[in-house]
Unconditional design. Structure first.
Length: 111
């Protein structure tokens, strides 16, 4: 009978962390390209603003259904949110008039 992989597996933990960072970075980049605030994207996609902040910072995973909702709101295929960031991609500046409402976490306060 198959058994479930141990969640404490360090290699798996690292892969999950990398996936969360990658998806979060893609969501943030695409949100800024679209000129959306975190609040606007959260409202349109069904996430709370706090959930979106955690997602963009790579501290929170996301269900496939929410990934689909984010992709629809950002007008991209869900696979785009999973792609690795290429080194050739320039940093994205916020659209004129867009307000970046980044959350402040414990690491921002030195804790």
């Amino acid at each position: 009978m198959p058994t479930r992989r141990e969640y404490a597996d360090p290699d798996q933990q690292r892969r999950w962390e990398e996936s969360r960072r990658r998806v979060g970075a893609n969501v943030r980049r695409l949100r800024l390209e679209a000129g959306l605030t975190q609040e606007a994207l959260a409202l349109e996609s069904g996430l709370s603003r706090n959930q979106l902040i955690e997602l963009e910072h790579g501290r929170r995973g996301v269900l496939f259904e929410r990934l689909e909702d984010l992709a629809v709101t950002l007008n991209v295929e869900p696979s785009v949110l999973l792609q690795s960031l290429s080194e050739e991609s320039p940093e994205v500046e916020a659209a004129p008039g867009a307000v970046d409402q980044r959350g402040i976490g414990p690491e921002d306060l030195g804790g």
